[in-house]
Design a protein around this ligand. Sequence first.
Ligand SMILES: Cc1cc2nc3c(=O)[nH]c(=O)nc-3n(C[C@H](O)[C@H](O)[C@H](O)COP(=O)(O)OP(=O)(O)OC[C@H]3O[C@@H](n4cnc5c(N)ncnc54)[C@H](O)[C@@H]3O)c2cc1C
Length: 482
Amino acid sequence: MIIKRDIDIIKGYFEDYSGLLGGYADRVIVPEDEKEIMEILLEASAKNTPVTISGGGTGVTGARIPFGGWVIATENLNKIIDINEKNFTATLQPGVRLSDLDTQLSKKGLTYLPDPTEPNAFLGGTISTNASGAKGFKYGPTRNYIKRLRMLLATGDIIDIKRGDYFLKKGGLFPIKLKDREIKIRIPDYSMPQIKTAAGYYVKDGMDLVDLFIGHEGTLGFILEAEIALGRKPEEIMSFFSFFASEDDAINFVDDAKKFNAMSLEYMDSHSLSLLRVKYPNIPLSAKGLIYFEQDYKKESESSLIDSWTKLLEKHNALLEDSYFADSDKERVKLKELRHALPDSVNEIVKKNKMPKVGTDIAVPDNRFKEMLDFYHDKLKSSNIYYVIFGHIGESHMHVNMLPKTEEEFKKSRDTYAEFVKKAISLGGTVSAEHGIGKLKHRFLEIMYGKDNLKQMALLKKSLDPSCILGLDNIFPKELLR
Ligand SMILES: Cc1cc2nc3c(=O)[nH]c(=O)nc-3n(C[C@H](O)[C@H](O)[C@H](O)COP(=O)(O)OP(=O)(O)OC[C@H]3O[C@@H](n4cnc5c(N)ncnc54)[C@H](O)[C@@H]3O)c2cc1C
């Protein structure tokens, strides 16, 4: 194993994309195998030293940022152990980068269907946050594709959990057999909203044990290995960038488009388009909203599909002449660049402002989406804070990014965020649909589930990590562990 202590070398591990500052650790340890990780965790448990596990560092909630103790970096645990073309599965170490996985799968005509998130993220990080991607509308989150997890607990115990082997009931006390003893874990009894959510531990009646370790944000154990489900690479994909002269037209289009079984249905508001026009001046000035959607299809249905989509776009007054269409990989890359230019432009503003962005990750039930969007507009207009709204409109899941310029605006943005959370919860929504809670959203998770349920989460963590060393301050405040 490599142990790094030089601050100039290790300071990169004290950051992610959240803008959370002040992280520090005594050392960063880069293990090569299971035995080394076990040694590190046993020593840390014996000394009560906090341990933060680091993936690709693309998280946006500060979850991999340490505040003391040791970091275990997973970049050398990057083996694709097996790709089983017959069973459509792959077995991987947690440090495999998603872009590397995609390259290897593509060679075999396969794909990891949820295509979660940013290509530089590691598999372990995406499991730990239950990440989703642009194709979430059709394929759902990471959770749906995890068949087996090999977990190392902070106590040095290994549990190999195959989906379908062990089921739990919420509110109950459950025995888990370890090599030389049995431990009991109590599953909290809150109810998760019946929509896309990544807020707090997964809790459901009759849930599979494997689901507890998906979305745990590095708090319950170390993911040593995962078996994932794969799909066949789509034969053909068509992508549309369709501009609309009004937000209402764009939203009404989405309501109809949901019946078309697209892979993705994504939105950018007029503020996002204004920001993008700096780099892409061809974006029509009359455009007030953009819907980006992709559909997989077979060659023989191409012309009928294009025809149906065109009719639907016409029905909802899309600016067809100015919209973009891609049906080849080369053209799609250009559209992807345009799409990724938005987070890049946002990050440039954040750097210029020297003030973190305040980004939401709220989803609500489909039938309450319009009400939530109107609420965003009302509050944001009166706040005078610069913002953009974009995201996964097909799943009624928007990211509002507020970009404060001063401390005062930052505080106002956080307060506005709390108002959004309260509204979303009143509509049956979630405070986090895909990013997780990390170190930045305890307050919002408490609004969602209440303090008693946060305490239940802390108790659950303690039963698996009795020395309380792993992922401290992720999901709930570490003070609840006392
Ligand atoms: C431009 C951009 C776009 C993004 N788009 C999306 C999106 O569309 N959807 C989405 O869901 N997210 C998105 N994200 C957020 C981010 O990519 C995801 O949260 C991702 O899952 C983080 O993975 P990572 O490997 O970078 O993890 P890190 O940030 O390094 O860590 C995240 C968490 O995983 C834990 N962890 C890592 N490895 C292990 C392990 N082996 N065992 C246990 N715990 C572990 C860490 O301790 C931490 O709690 C985006 C981020 C950026 C910068």
